[in-house]
Design a binder for this molecule. Sequence first.
Ligand SMILES: [Cu+2]
Length: 574
Amino acid sequence: MNPFTPPLTLTRRRLMQGAAAIGALSPVHWSLRSALAAPTRTRVLSGTEFQLEIEPVPMNVTGRPRSATGINGQVPGPILRWREGDTVTLDVTNRLAVPSSIHWHGIRLPSPMDGVPGLSFNGIAPGQTFVYRFPVSQNGTYWYHSHSAYQEQTGTYGPIVIEPRGGYAKAFDRDYLVLMSDWSDEKPDTIVSNLKFQSDYYNYEQRTLGTFVDDFEKKGLDPTVANRLEWGEMRMSPTDILDVGGAAYTYLINGQPPRANWTALFRPGERVRLRFINGSSMSIFDVRIPDLPMTVVQADGNDVEPVTVDEFRISVAETYDVIVQPEAERAYTIFVQAEDRSGFARGTLAPRPGMTAPIPPMDPRPLRTMTDMGMGGMGPASMSGTAMDHGAMGHGSKPGMEAGKPAEKLERSVEVNNVAEMPTERLNSPGEGFPPGRRVLTYAELRAIRPGTDPRPPSRDIILHLTGNMERFIWGFDGKKFSEAGPIELKRGERVRFVLINDTMMEHPIHLHGLWSELENGHGEHRPYKHTINVKPGEKLSYLVTADAPGRWAYHCHLLYHMEMGMFREVRVG
Ligand SMILES: [Cu+2]
């Protein structure tokens, strides 16, 4: 038995107390009034003692009943509201038939509390309870999720809000969680075996008009939005920007599909804080609210100098807090496109329940460029006219697509089928796929409001290539899968620089557990502290890490199937 595993002390009596406590902590208790937003499911738990049960939950997103792995009867799990400076205790009971776990994403804590089976602890066996207990020494918007098998895909995730001890840097009147995720009726194992069989499986898996009509008759659609929902749910776009797109996924906001239209209420003139969390497994999203500028005030839980944008791209596991101030007595659409434009999530900001705003057409899908392939520093602007379809190299061009058949793939014989010959620094680019004229957030614009806590320069560089073989759906660091590589060793207290070079044509949101990643983006001591750093195709970037927390920490791509297929390392702070 793992010496860090506390004894199982959860008695029936304590369980009953837990149930009572959940009842008492009604959403009214939470001044943030999130309860207005999602009358169906959102529940807020606050205080210092929490009882969570991971359990099968009925889920019906598409008209076909499925079983999710939810928490306390819901997907997403309840909002956990902590206070900076408190010590929280979380009894997590596994009511599934298989092992489970909860990882507190972005939270600085002792490594035995981090929730990664095999590194931090042994996991939670069926029927057992693990008691997590740790001091909360930070504030901001975070989330939690299972780190076992594919449970993160099937519903085991929820939001965390930590109230700052010293008050908020920017004032606001209302506060809402917007947790975005990707739901599939297919089992994750099926998705993975499809990807391994044919890495662009879901780029061919287009829906026919027949299935759409079928869906329409089965579910019915609100005629005022039906036309736009067709775009979102017909999934007609051929894509190869994301591995899994709208062919397999319905995109959710706080567990609600587009037609359910999750709605947040406001009074005109109020400042509304929206805490966006990308809790999906494989989906990078572009978020905008047409006619309503968003002021980004926090990234990955850390305050940044306010920057006002029309749109931002949020990679898997990242969070952004924005403040909006709608002045008009009208509804606004929260429009969340998957990066490959194969579908969208949608919610509404409205003065009254039931109001809707138009759903905009989807933007053209991004095109991969020479820059994405690591073949030069020319940005997309100078590449106009020569932007290449992602499929043109290594991924197989698609003359056979119209016939519904995959084209012949280029043969590759090695584990790594692309090397970025000229990786570029492109933190000042938001990425591809944004129409001209929109202000889109870039990493270069993130400037921490406070200087960093460790002024030392790094003592060494750790250079890692993000590698993969797309055809075989194998992913890794430096051409090695997790099973083939040893841990990255850091000395306790050491300050190091991680340099990442993305040799692949996919984006990879790289997440380091337990330690902050301070992105080197030109703001000197005001570099933003992040827990997840999205690395664009062909991109080279760096961040500083202070190894101030001992233990065994997971370090991985947060695209769930990339992680499972090998893009995972242990970082060991000795
Ligand atoms: Cu990845």
